[in-house]
Design a protein around this ligand. Sequence first.
Ligand SMILES: [Zn+2]
Length: 306
Amino acid sequence: MRKADRRVLLVATAVMILIVVLVVLALRATSQETDSDTLVVAVTILPQAGFVEAIGGDRVEVLVMVPPGASPHIYEVTPDQMIKLSRAKMYVKVGLPVEFELAWMDKLIAANESMHVVNCSEGIQVLEMDENHHDHDHEQDHGHTGLDPHIWLSVRNAAIMVQNICAGLVRVDPANQDYYEENRDDYLEQLEKLNSEIEESLSDVENRRFIVFHPAWGYFARDYDLIQIAVEQDGKEPDIDYRIRLIEEAREHHIRVVFLSPQYPTRSADVIAREIGGRVVIIDPLAKDFIGNMRVVASAMKEAMQ
Ligand SMILES: [Zn+2]
């Protein structure tokens, strides 16, 4: 081998070694970022994911158990989610009879016993499913028997949930306490503003009843002094008798909108809407952007009830 050739070989080898070293360093940096720096927080539903991200910012990575479009009343966890869950440091549960949690919570905890479980409903005044629901006298059990699990659909409740989440984050990651509490205070301020906005916009609505297929808006109705009328009976399609009474009630109170969740598509909402000479309007009980979605819902309700 000539001297010049040997020099080229040496330089090439040195460059190769340098590249390998750089790649290894880069890989190690990224794996540290995803594995040890960010805190994996699992939640049941998307609105909770929005809350956790608002408080945790770039310090958290959120794993949503019931993904977009799915219903927390019937969803089943995938093996892939179980693997991801094993990295979670904290689980944020609704803490009320949501079918998903009734069916899965024990298994999720068994899969990762070290994660800290935050109960979002702690400190919230929980309503009975029927309390704000309907004035008809049906004695049968309800789809959600007993307590109304849809606590997140209330700005007042959201403020409590956010405080519970913040306390949980501080507990599992005390080094970042100031950061979390600052974000919490910012978010609480936004919620307060949102609440007075909605209160004001709904204050002059005379007809305060609304019809919704799946009765997820009981807390919203309580907060703003509205009356929620559910189409569903026992979490199922209504029978003929009930449907007739519902249509009578709608006509009597000049209700022209049937609200429907995108997660529960059904033809019978169209049928009822047609019979009352009205229309179906979609409102989402599971949007991740809580504040934006509540604005949309409030204006849809105002429009429907005017
Ligand atoms: Zn529901």
